[in-house]
Design a protein around this ligand. Sequence first.
Ligand SMILES: [Ca+2]
Length: 344
Amino acid sequence: MRCVFWILTIFLVLNNVVAFGDDPKQAARSLVNWGSFDGALSDNGLPAGWDVYPVGSTQYDCYTVTDVSRSPPRGLRVASRVPWTRVIAAQLPVEAGTQQAGKAWVRSIPGSDCEWLLRIDYLNEAGVTIGSSPTVSLRPPQGTGDAEWKLIAVEGNSAAFPQAKRLIFVAQQKEGGVAVWDDFDFRQFTASDETNLLNNGGFELLAGNEFPGWRLFTTEPVDVRLSPIFREPLRGWLSVRIVGEAKSAVLSTNRLPIKSGTGYRLGGWHSAVAGTGQFKLVFWKEGMHIATVRSTKPARAEWSASDDVVAPAETVRDATHVTVEYEMSGKFDVAVDALRLRAE
Ligand SMILES: [Ca+2]
């Protein structure tokens, strides 16, 4: 039995090393045609393969400009006077067993009131949308004249929609907004078959500096900042970096409902430029704290994995909810990625 366990463990470790070292998404090229608008444009003023909806409407402007762009020479200026202007950046066949990741940069033209959405839609043979990835939305503070470039990122999994034959990568802009978009990117790659009870455990959904599904708590109003980083040890584009100083700062999910009679295991990757942090599972019965399980592996300078946060079923049998947390204290500059929560 023990022998089988070790063989399985070694297999899993080797398998992970191969998977992490050979990230198909890193190798694949973007499936968006001229995502930075530096190639040939077709009759609709956009690169081939791009579309804008509602078709034929005069209630929006959508054209490339050279005076504002994130990567010169061009960006895509969109002014929406319909409830939503939809820009389709890519439309392609979807293969079974694939995951997708899309991202785009956007900035508002000061004085306009913007709201943006990014999403992947999955279509059946007849071209009807049968499902979507989580939608990531971003709304810069109104009237601030905030003209900083912001990144929006989204990911989807075609396994959720077995009938899907095609997909579209969609950016939407709300009525009243005037903005410039640039550097669209979309990749399709072999899906991971690992189960994960966490949404956005890999920090691949991003709206500016906010990671949907995650919140940062600190004991005092000090400067603790979240930001995306592209130093990428694992599958995907993004990791979260947390920099600051506090007696205690906690990056946490919302309370996730759990099943009674089940144990849980949390895994994740982290690294620290300064200070350190640790993974935690915190169990709740309704609003009451029941138990906390912590990792014993602090973050080090280089990325390292932790898979030691284990809550046996008997310890948490009364719990109704769990929060997945990453806790820091003192002065810290840490990065976290690839959190995975499993029932066992
Ligand atoms: Ca990631």
